[in-house]
Design a protein around this ligand. Sequence first.
Ligand code: SF4
Length: 66
Amino acid sequence: MFVDKKIKEDRLNVCKNCDFYRNFLMLKRPKWTKGARCGKCSCFIDAKASLTKEFYGECPEGKWKE
Ligand code: SF4
């Protein structure tokens, strides 16, 4: 159900450099990362990045390596 810490960190780093990275109000380029969301699927990134693919832990743009 959950991915290991390294995979999650790698995923979050990809998100932080992605054009779809938003804050919890869906505003672009947030200065803080808490509650960050994906502008493509509206998911809360921290939660989604913790999950395996079988549990919907997938980037809608296919940008995550794992
Ligand atoms: S999940 Fe994918 S599309 Fe969404 S912010 Fe992260 S890298 Fe970008």
